[in-house]
Write a protein that binds this ligand. Structure first.
Ligand code: TMP
Ligand code: MG
Length: 217
């Protein structure tokens, strides 16, 4: 049998604000490095690109933008990085991604606009590279509050976060076939959460022969 080529795994971490996402992403990166695995961290929005700078200004409320337009910019920000993500994966590098298309759908659909249905919000991200696994850090509103409240950026308030969570739940049900989407209890100590994440990614981090899929295909 001809030897099939291994590629890196595409791991996405999603979660609400104050879920400990940034901490967990760095811990996971460190564990991969310590295990000698080539790893690259990607974060969305990537605020460094020209599109990312527009998004950054919007999130800081330095500028206003139509809700549809900002939604499409978030998606465009993923599309502009997609070729380099694919390149890294094909080179055998594990890509750990801090937020992805699921945040895109969740935050925009949570605005509850009649012209921004769940389906409409999902559409621009169709055919982006699909993660091998998505880990959703599930934090309770009580715990989020206990962790020091939200920051000053747009969307960082309890009411919005609650609506966002409901959309995330829907996404989880839609793609949660028992292997691709896991909700992880993020109310626990960070070490316990990190341990579970590490266990969950074990089937993937050493590389996979599975062809890279496209989102929602
Ligand atoms: P960050 O706090 O992880 O940098 O994300 C910035 C905010 O942008 C956060 O509230 C989630 C939101 N967001 C969207 O609205 N759409 C998207 O596509 C992404 C990736 C993030
Ligand atoms: Mg934030």
């Amino acid at each position: 049998m001809p030897e099939r080529k291994q590629r890196g795994a595409f791991i996405v971490i999603e979660g609400l604000d104050r879920s400990g996402k940034s901490t967990q992403v760095s811990l996971l990166e460190k564990r991969c490095k310590d295990a000698g695995l080539p790893v690259r961290l990607v974060k969305f929005p990537d605020r460094t690109t020209p599109i990312g700078k527009l998004i950054d200004s919007y999130l800081r409320s330095d500028s206003e933008m139509d809700d549809h337009a900002i939604h499409l910019l978030f998606s465009a920000n993923r599309w502009e990085l997609a070729p380099s993500i694919i390149e890294s994966l094909n080179a055998g590098t594990t890509v750990i991604c801090d937020r992805y298309a699921f945040s895109g759908i969740a935050f925009s659909a949570a605005k509850n606009k009649p012209t921004m249905s769940y389906e409409w919000c999902r559409a621009p991200d169709i055919y982006l590279p699909a993660p091998d696994i998505t880990l959703f850090l599930d934090v309770s509103p009580e715990k989020a509050r206990e962790r020091g409240g939200y920051g000053a950026e747009r969307y960082e308030n309890a009411e919005m976060q609650e609506r966002v969570e409901h959309v995330f739940e829907r996404i989880g049900v839609e793609i949660g076939d028992g292997s691709r989407w896991f909700a992880v209890d993020a109310d626990r100590e960070k070490e316990a959460v990190a341990e579970e994440l590490w266990e969950r990614v074990q089937p993937y981090v050493k590389g996979t022969e599975k062809p890279l899929q496209r989102l929602w295909e």
